[in-house]
Design a binder for this molecule. Structure first.
Ligand code: PLP
Length: 357
């Protein structure tokens, strides 16, 4: 066993939806993992049927068609993309490709847990930088960097807060960061951003060779079950990741589904519009109850409430699963995924009833 994993606790994915429903004896609305309950483009289902005749073959190890579609979407070359079994795999590949003994990694907190998990497995020295007001302060983060800083993880909009930093703030940061430091810009939720000052990843990539942008098909494209995400960066960075990627890491269904989902822009735009509308409605309703809600640019909102765990338990009794934030060291907060209106109405009705009890 590697010493770095001696005290590592395996990731706890929680109970499956099926198990929860069996236990409760009723259907559960899952609003705990920032998935898109609108589901994927109907075109995806149509194309997936074609795959069943070819299940005996290995997937395309070079992910040719999806990379070609990505290249045209981003107006870049196919060698600017590394596709993974979820963005989670790309995060792990970054460590496999880049981390040497003694290297430091910066992880602002609170943020997505995979960065810490992979960093621990690869024995990185992690410097956590707590963001006091739950918004990333890039100039403060930059001040904590030094010659040993090999990577810095910036999630934008951030999970679990939904807050964001601007293009201007990011550029000012990148101007100061050493070109030897890899800046990982995790944009899993960027599609839901409606603010004009949100970073333009294409421009950032054109200007800075030490940046990799991460995107996933698990959120707005609603393909979380198929596990597909990617990194986009200079061909040099991608070349290093390709060296450590296992040969057939992305299955055939995931490759086809992601390509079709990316091409169906009308559907994606429709889902973004609806999600944003529901996010604003949910925020307004929660605030009307006198609760503090963080301004979100994502497909979830974080709400502050005393007895958060008790409220989450009571909501679950009513068949609604939300995420208590104690694992992020925010025990007074709940994170709620935005979903179609009928679910949001049900959630708000239950919330009101529980609070008034
Ligand atoms: C910020 C962020 N990045 C990456 C991921 C993982 O994405 P994937 O499902 O592609 O592994 C998540 C999942 O919740 C996330 O919140």
């Amino acid at each position: 066993m590697r010493r770095s994993i001696e005290n590592l606790i395996p990731y706890n994915p929680g109970k499956s939806l099926e198990e929860l429903e069996r236990e409760l004896g009723k259907p559960v609305i899952k609003l705990s993992a920032n998935e898109s309950l609108w589901g994927p483009s109907p075109k995806v289902e149509e194309y997936l049927r074609g795959i069943f005749n070819n299940l005996m073959y290995y997937p395309d190890g070079a992910v040719t068609e999806l990379k070609t579609t990505l290249a045209s979407y981003w107006k870049l070359h196919t060698n600017n993309f590394c596709v993974g079994n979820g963005t989670d795999e790309i995060i792990s590949l970054l460590f496999a490709a880049y981390l040497n003994p003694g290297d430091e990694v910066i992880v602002p907190l609170p943020t997505f847990s995979s960065y810490e998990l992979s960093a621990t497995v690869y024995d990185a020295k992690i410097k956590f930088i707590k963001q006091e007001d739950l918004v990333f302060n890039l100039s403060e983060i930059e001040k904590q960097m030094n010659k040993k800083t090999k990577m810095v993880f910036l999630c934008n909009p951030n999970n679990p807060t939904g807050t964001y930093f601007t293009h201007k703030e990011l550029e000012a940061f990148l101007e100061l960061v050493s070109s030897e430091t890899l800046v990982i810009l995790d944009e899993a939720y960027c599609h839901y951003s409606t603010t004009p000052d949100f970073p333009c990843a294409k421009e950032i990539l054109k200007k800075y060779n030490n940046v990799i942008v991460l995107r996933t098909f698990s959120k707005v494209y609603a393909l979380a079950a198929l596990r597909v995400g990617y990194g986009v960066a200079s061909s040099h960075i991608i070349g290093e990741l390709e060296k450590v990627r296992s040969p057939f890491n992305v299955n055939s269904m995931a490759q086809v589904a992601a390509k079709i989902a990316l091409e169906d822009e009308n559907y994606t735009n429709k889902i973004i519009k609806e999600t944003v509308k529901e996010r604003e409605w949910l925020t307004k309703e929660l605030k009307a109850m006198g609760l503090i809600v963080l301004p979100s640019q994502s497909n979830f909102v974080m709400v502050k409430i005393t007895n958060a765990q008790l409220i989450a338990d009571k909501l679950l009794n009513e068949g609604i699963l939300v995420r208590n934030m104690s694992s992020f060291d925010l025990p007074e907060w709940l994170r709620i995924s935005v979903a179609p209106h009928k679910y949001m109405q049900q959630l708000i009705a239950c919330f009101k009833e529980i609070i008034e009890q």
